[in-house]
Design a protein around this ligand. Structure first.
Ligand code: DPN
Ligand code: ZN
Length: 314
């Protein structure tokens, strides 16, 4: 070895030490809380446990959890109790749904900048024909478990976090419209609204709302990292609770795993499952029970909700 080679090697080695020191320094910074922690994996067993509770509520109340029926209010009470115990500030908002009293549940996680509120929502009512486990126990339980994970992590987001469970969606998004109407000028404080309606469909697809490019990208990037093909959510345009927010000028996003229309050959190729069949053959029927769920779609989509909320509120 020549003298100059020896010097070059020594310089390389000291460079490596400096790089290592820099890595350790940033790692220490992360532990000190300067870098937001990654979103946790949401346990799908907990989400399914909530779906079993919704099923039991329907079983005990004439087979449904529909607006104006006792199974709906029992669903509100179940979700509210969990959130209250976890430290959320909850409010039940009453509204008129076709001459019958309806209820929205709104849960705020204390802290964060309320003039930039990141909001996630799902409709909690079923149709009168059945228990509404995929539609929309799935979205309701998904955001519930993400909310509980926020509490468990004692998340201190920069932006304020709020969760909403809407009543009377099935008669034309009545509860979410009532909420937005009541917001008035405060609607400018909603930084983003994410909607989750049917996220565990049995012949699933991975549809991402395409209404707002920034919010669409957050989800698309999340699925891309998992090598899951997504598709723009266009067929359901205006068919769920994001409509009222969008009409009010709030940026909206969300997820959907399919309802009454049929999977194409391309979609079956991208996602597996059966082309020519409805994503959810039990859509709006009595058979939308706790068996009417694809566990992998439910698991993946719930993790995606956590990923998006962690990122958007940080
Ligand atoms: N809004 C859903 C329902 O409750 O019936 C169905 C749906 C959601 C359809 C999203 C398309 C897109
Ligand atoms: Zn429905």
């Amino acid at each position: 070895m020549t003298r100059s080679t020896r010097i070059r090697r020594a310089a390389l080695a000291s460079g490596a030490v400096a790089a290592l020191a820099a890595t350790l320094f940033t790692t220490a910074g992360a532990y000190a809380g300067t870098t937001p922690k990654a979103a946790p994996d949401i346990d799908v067993k907990a989400v399914k446990g909530d779906l079993d509770q919704f099923q039991s509520i329907a079983d005990a109340n004439g087979g449904n959890r529909a607006h104006g029926k006792p199974g709906y209010k029992a669903s509100i009470d179940f979700v509210k109790e969990k959130l209250d115990k976890a430290g959320f500030t909850t409010k039940v908002q009453e509204f008129d749904g076709g001459g019958t009293k309806g209820y929205n549940l709104v849960a705020d996680w204390p802290g964060g900048d309320e003039s930039k509120t990141v909001m996630a929502g799902a409709h909690l009512d079923s149709v009168p024909a059945g228990p509404g486990i995929n539609d929309n126990g799935s979205g309701s339980a998904g955001i519930l478990e993400v909310a509980l994970a926020v509490a468990k992590a004692d998340l201190k987001p920069t932006k304020h976090l709020r969760f909403g469970w809407w009543g009377d969606e099935e008669d034309g998004m009545v509860g979410s419209q009532a909420y937005v109407d009541k917001l008035g000028a405060d609607k400018s404080k909603i930084d983003s609204y994410l909607n989750f309606d049917m996220i565990g469909s049995p012949n699933p697809g991975y549809f991402v709302y395409d209404d707002d490019t920034r919010l669409e990208k957050v989800f698309k990037d999340w699925y891309a990292k998992k090598n899951i093909a997504t598709e723009k959510e266009t067929e359901g345009d205006g068919r769920s609770d994001h409509a009222a927010f969008k009409d009010a000028g709030v940026p909206v996003g969300g997820l959907f795993s399919g309802a009454d229309y049929k999977k194409t050959e391309k979609q079956a190729k991208d996602w597996g499952g059966e082309a020519g069949k409805a994503f959810d053959a039990c859509y709006h029927q009595a058979c939308d029970t706790s068996k009417n769920i694809d566990d992998k779609a439910l698991d993946t989509n719930t993790d995606a909700i956590a990923g998006a909320l962690w990122e958007l509120s940080s």
